[in-house]
Design a protein around this ligand. Sequence first.
Ligand SMILES: Nc1ncnc2c1ncn2[C@@H]1O[C@H](COP(=O)(O)OP(=O)(O)O)[C@@H](O)[C@H]1O
Ligand SMILES: [Mg+2]
Length: 227
Amino acid sequence: MNALPAVEARGLYHIYREAEVETVALRGAELTLEAGSWTSLMGPSGSGKSTLVHVLAGLLEPSGGSVTIEGEDITRLPAPDRARKRRRTVGIVLQRDNLHPLLDVAGNVSLPLRLEGRPADEVTNRVEELLGRLSLGDRAGQRVVQLSGGEAQRVAIGVAVACRPRVLLADEPTGELDEATAGAVLDLLDGFRREGTALLTVTHNPLVAQRADRRLTMRDGEVVDAA
Ligand SMILES: Nc1ncnc2c1ncn2[C@@H]1O[C@H](COP(=O)(O)OP(=O)(O)O)[C@@H](O)[C@H]1O
Ligand SMILES: [Mg+2]
């Protein structure tokens, strides 16, 4: 058992500067995600949830504080190293627009593996395994713009988990789906969690939050424990 938490965020601050306007989106946010755990994050619109997800994923460099993934501080890595680390260790699923519109289903799921330089037979096997698991086995060659919302989110999960990340971040992944479709997407996320990935779901939906092991709330840029 790996004793290190999958993710540790300490003292995160983030300030957006646009022209003369400064918005403090994170004010000392802290979070620990353990391997194999499911954490839900709720909170009012504008409380900093999406900013936190982007910082945890290494997509946004925080104004202050640190993010450590399995013991390595990714916050101050040079951008190319951060991108590489992210691809290997962090999967991210957003509400929409997760996919490359010019690639088909298999092309999307194989992209992170190909960027990692994995051997062609390994890429083929992993994509086939994932598409089967996501019930997309007959959709490999389909253009992603032709998919339903639920199918597109299943492909997005495939892309996110392709490189077997230590952490899976999902920001309103079911926000545009009906209840039954959302349930199927959550079951898939939970399946990868059971294999040891730390899962963080950001949601407005209390039913989603209920499925998590731990419920946290964000308020004014800080993470507070839910009641
Ligand atoms: N790219 C941006 N530029 C300027 N301000 C932003 C940007 N993204 C978010 N914000 C602001 O930062 C605060 C937190 O936003 P966000 O992290 O999206 O919150 P949430 O996901 O909880 O709704 C809000 O006040 C929002 O308006
Ligand atoms: Mg948001």
